[in-house]
Design a protein around this ligand. Structure first.
Ligand SMILES: Cc1cc2nc3c(=O)[nH]c(=O)nc-3n(C[C@H](O)[C@H](O)[C@H](O)COP(=O)(O)OP(=O)(O)OC[C@H]3O[C@@H](n4cnc5c(N)ncnc54)[C@H](O)[C@@H]3O)c2cc1C
Length: 667
């Protein structure tokens, strides 16, 4: 009791004393400050270091301050990343306060520790003690200044970034990481520098709209763990923090590795002198080979972008773990979320939110100007059927409209729709597609595609000599299907890998067709490959719904997959493995196809009940000049290799029923 009173009293007095000295020292002048600082350095450092190691031993998070003053980081949230432990994932930091959010309570030092502190301070006595208190006062001032949101870059200063590397990757996403793995497979000691304007090590995005919403991870677990379709768990991050090199040590490691530079933007590539220039301070990095994998940025809608901030702050786009965190909190605390967009992201998010929000009585709306969900991918009848399914999952779907006007209605938004309807909502999530990130193109003398967007590259994914592009940001030449730009996870894996291989000198063309997939609740999962575009002629073959493999029947079951392609050419390949392009050939592939004539019957091909269609399971062929240019496997998994082969054969077919049977749709 007496001890605790003494501790309290001493604390109060110490603080007061500290403040007085701090204020009075302002008038005394710089020399006195320096003298005090010198004393502090000499007398306090040792004790401070002792205290620091004790606090560290108790897992008490501390700033890595050059003054050696132990300082709990929670006092100074926005300095955490900048001044604190640089190895910590920015992700963790953001969620703990660097983004202006309230940080969670850190573990409190025990009273025992406090007592030791006070006794330590008293024991120092005289000027040393005063200096210590003075410096504590300085720390406080420093903290309040920097509690504004600040960047949390790694490394803090550009001088710690190597200024010359063999391999330089622009962008810290899937395509970049896949390129790194390919480079490492063919150049085992490669030192690879990756520059990303995100504050994360590389991670995958697909679970952000699916699996993560069904994960039972705790809110403060920032590894973003989720269950894969196999039942095993994994993190959103391709590799843990420890896997990566620090930029400052990359060039010293003769075994090579990858060093992510986080929170920096490349503003220009000087392709003649082979160097990139950073936006932050014009820092220059020379390269031998460079990859542009800058991904894309979600579009917003003009009606929201031109609105005042009190409206804009209730409208969000969705692409990052921070967006997931934000939307999760909204789903738990608000009444209505409105998703705008009929595509993959909008539809997946609507289904996931409908399930996740059920216990919170969340109402989920999805609205769009198309006639049905996934109308830009599915033939109209299937889009209509899918829309009904999504409604059954609990989503209020409003097709064929646009938002005409938006205004604030107390703490909600009021949306006036083009059909005259008024909708009240707490939050709008715009899922209206993406624009390729090509900001650095024109200033760098790189060509972009006016129609498709993205950096124009050839079949070897090269834009200029030694400069490659991959992933969402690349508009590439597919020798089989023509010029394309693809915004899918597997494409970023496949094209990143190809670019990485070519950066090591392999000079391979784009031949391996990438696939994509989507999951919408428990009843719909599909995989596609090639040109999947409903404006093309389509032929579909469906099996009886009773043959559905999927046994789940309600949204309480987790969504089905992270499926075939992960097995087929997993993005999880380890960098040290010597790797080849593996053509995965299902047994059925041996079958030869004949006769260059089109199948007579278009959908519904067979076994179809017109009065009550149920497209449980089937194959949809997308045709161009009587050839199959795209295939969608509806609730059929692990057959994408066969689909790839059919497209690659570039044949015409007499009877697509027979081709469909190869996919074992009746098994
Ligand atoms: C929520 C969500 C769910 C998805 N689900 C699926 C799915 O189920 N199936 C599927 O096939 N696909 C899905 N996708 C699409 C897939 O995730 C993308 O196609 C893929 O992430 C693209 O990878 P990338 O490396 O090209 O781009 P990104 O992953 O976007 O990475 C690009 C990186 O470059 C950085 N960058 C940009 N410009 C610069 C610059 N000038 N300097 C430095 N850094 C820069 C960006 O900040 C970003 O970190 C989904 C996407 C989202 C958002």
């Amino acid at each position: 009791m007496i001890v605790s009173k003494l501790v309290k009293l001493s604390n109060v007095n110490a603080l007061r004393l500290g403040r007085q000295i701090h204020f009075s020292s302002r008038g005394v002048g710089r020399s006195v400050c320096l003298a005090v600082r010198q004393l502090h350095d000499n007398m306090v450092k040792k004790r401070a270091l002792e205290a620091r190691s004790k606090l560290r031993a108790n897992n008490f998070p501390l700033c890595e301050d050059k003054d050696f003053i132990p300082k709990p980081v929670e006092k100074c949230p926005s300095v955490k990343k900048a001044k604190c432990d640089q190895s910590v994932n920015a992700n963790v930091l953001k969620s703990k306060g660097c983004d202006g959010e309230k940080p969670p309570e850190p573990p409190k030092p025990s009273q025992n520790d406090s007592m030791k502190w006070i006794l330590g301070a008293l024991a120092l006595g005289g000027l040393g003690g005063l200096a210590y208190l003075l410096m504590s006062g300085k720390d406080k001032e420093k903290c309040s200044e920097s509690s504004k949101p600040t960047t949390a870059r790694v490394p803090l200063l550009t001088k710690d970034i190597p200024n010359k590397v063999k391999y330089l990757l622009i962008g810290g996403g899937t395509a970049s990481f896949s390129a790194f793995r390919a480079i490492k497979s063919h150049d085992a000691r490669a030192q690879v520098l990756m520059i990303s304007n995100e504050l994360h090590v590389p991670y995958m995005r697909p679970p952000l709209s699916k699996e993560l919403w069904f994960s039972d991870q705790k809110d403060d677990d920032k590894t973003y763990r989720f269950k894969q379709w196999t039942g095993s768990e994994r993190s959103l991050f391709f590799e843990p923090e420890q896997f990566f090199e620090q930029p400052s040590t990359l060039m010293k490691n003769d075994k090579g590795g990858i060093a992510p530079v986080q929170g920096y933007t490349v503003k220009r590539i000087d392709s003649k002198n082979k160097k990139v220039i950073l936006k932050e301070d014009d820092y220059e990095i020379e390269f031998e080979k460079c990859l542009i994998a800058t991904g894309c940025t979600p579009k917003n809608l003009n009606v929201f972008e031109s609105a005042p901030s009190h409206i804009r702050n209730k409208v969000m786009i969705y692409r990052t773990p921070e967006d997931f965190e934000k939307l999760k909190t909204i789903a738990q605390t608000k009444k209505v979320v409105t998703i705008i967009g009929s595509g993959f992201l909008g539809s997946e998010l609507a289904c996931s939110l409908a399930k996740y929000g059920k216990p919170y009585n969340l109402q989920v709306q999805q609205m769009y100007h198309e006639g049905g969900n996934l109308a830009k991918i599915l033939p109209p009848y299937l889009s209509e059927w899918t829309t009904k399914k999504i409604e059954q999952y609990g989503v209020d779907v409003i097709p064929n409209i646009q938002v005409k006007e938006v205004s604030r209605d107390h703490d909600k938004l009021k949306l006036l729709l083009t059909d005259g309807r008024v909708v009240i909502t707490d939050q709008v999530v715009v899922c209206a597609g993406c624009n390729a990130n090509t900001d650095l193109a024109s200033i760098s003398g790189l060509e972009t595609d006016g129609r498709l967007g993205g950096f124009v590259v050839n079949a070897e994914l090269e834009a200029r000599s030694d400069i490659y592009a991959a992933g969402d940001a690349a508009c590439f030449y597919d020798p089989l299907l023509g010029r394309r730009r693809v915004e899918h996870h597997d494409h970023s894996v496949v094209s990143g890998r190809l670019a990485g291989e070519n950066m090591t000198g392999m000079n391979k063309p784009y031949e391996h067709q990438s696939m994509f997939w989507s999951d919408l609740g428990p009843d719909i999962g599909f995989e596609g490959i090639g040109l999947v575009d409903p404006s093309l002629e389509t032929v579909a073959v469906f099996a009886k719904p009773s043959k559905l493999q999927r046994t789940t029947s309600n949204l309480d079951d987790p969504p089905a997959h992270y499926k075939a392609e992960q097995k087929e050419h997993s993005s999880e390949e380890k960098p040290t493995e010597k790797k080849e392009e593996v053509e995965h050939k299902p047994k059925t592939e041996e079958v030869k196809y004949e006769k260059p004539e089109m199948a007579e019957h278009k959908w519904p091909a067979f076994e179809e009940d017109h009065s009550s269609p149920d497209y449980g399971k089937g194959v949809i062929f997308y045709m161009k000049d009587n050839k199959v240019v795209g295939i969608l496997l509806w609730n059929i998994f692990n057959r994408i290799g066969l689909a790839r082969t059919i497209i690659k054969q570039d044949n015409t077919y007499d009877d697509l029923n027979e081709v469909a049977k190869l996919f074992a749709i009746h098994s």
